[in-house]
Design a protein around this ligand. Structure first.
Ligand SMILES: NC(=O)c1ccc[n+]([C@@H]2O[C@H](COP(=O)([O-])OP(=O)(O)OC[C@H]3O[C@@H](n4cnc5c(N)ncnc54)[C@H](O)[C@@H]3O)[C@@H](O)[C@H]2O)c1
Length: 246
């Protein structure tokens, strides 16, 4: 099994892509800690797949200290928790901007900083979930795009600092993945993604399980020479640019 004997903490794993990664990691032999603020869904998933659950608001320094303080070793951290917020730049409130930055960007920083002491002796792998919005801009997503670019940058700083401890750090850049994140950000309304998806080389939304395959590769020793890298999983979204005919 590809994660045999490894201990992995996945944030935002109560549902969506994090839940798919948790399922996959357990199937590959890892001891998984699901960390989320959605306690009901997180506990239910943990009970179903044989994982542990911890309440963790990733934007809270105290919460990270509490959760990592219970561990004496960690092999894998997946900084997956994230939120999306749509609004035009002039209408984006400071409170909304700071909320997104706190969870996506500060949460990833705190996560990486918190686990270094748990990985220094044995090495480890940190997988930071950014987005195609960490590679290029999307209108109406100023806070989200800023946070995802920051994740891409801090991944590279961590990689060059931590390589000497055999800690690898990579970022993952999903495109349109079929989860409830977009719907939630639109106040529970479904949106027809068909016109957008038709522009992709692979003309459909991605599945959370497909992202889990990439996260698994980066978490496992199979990616032992990968660090500081940015891995797109977007059906080809980032392979083209705005001048291309649709
Ligand atoms: N779905 C997409 O199309 C897509 C595309 C690119 C990147 N991403 C990124 O992938 C990651 C997972 O997204 P998803 O689509 O599975 O979303 P999702 O909304 O289904 O899941 C996000 C999870 O994060 C948790 N969460 C929110 N705030 C938290 C906090 N403060 N502390 C801990 N947990 C918190 C939620 O409870 C939820 O379980 C996110 O970082 C997102 O930005 C998603």
């Amino acid at each position: 099994m590809r994660l045999d004997g490894k201990i992995a903490l996945i944030t935002g794993a109560a549902r969506g892509q994090g839940a798919a990664a948790a399922r996959r990691f357990v199937a590959e032999g890892a001891r998984v800690i699901i960390a989320d603020v959605n306690d009901d869904a997180g506990k239910a998933l943990a009970a179903e797949i044989g994982a542990d659950y911890r309440h963790l608001d990733v934007g809270s320094e105290e919460a990270w200290a509490q959760v990592t303080g219970e561990l004496d070793r960690l092999d894998v951290l997946v900084n997956n928790a994230g939120v999306l917020h749509f609004s035009p730049l002039p209408q984006t409130t400071l409170a909304d901007y700071e909320r997104v930055i706190r969870i996506n960007q500060v949460g990833t920083f705190l996560g990486m900083r918190s686990v270094v002491p748990l990985m220094t002796e044995h090495g480890g792998s940190i997988v930071n979930v950014s987005s195609v919005e960490g590679l290029a801009a999307m209108p109406l997503l100023v806070a989200y795009t800023a946070s995802k670019f920051a994740i891409r940058g801090m991944t590279k700083v961590a990689a060059v600092e931590l390589g000497r401890h055999n800690i690898r750090v990579n970022s993952v850049h999903p495109g349109a993945i079929a989860t409830d994140m977009v719907k939630d950000a639109l106040g529970g309304h479904d949106v027809d993604m068909t016109p957008m998806l038709k522009k992709l080389a692979i003309r459909r939304a991605g599945r959370p399980e497909e992202v889990a395959n990439l996260v698994l590769f980066l978490a496992s020793d199979e990616s032992s020479y990968c660090t500081g890298g940015e891995f797109s999983i977007d059906g080809g979204a980032a392979a083209t640019h705005g001048l291309a005919p649709s």
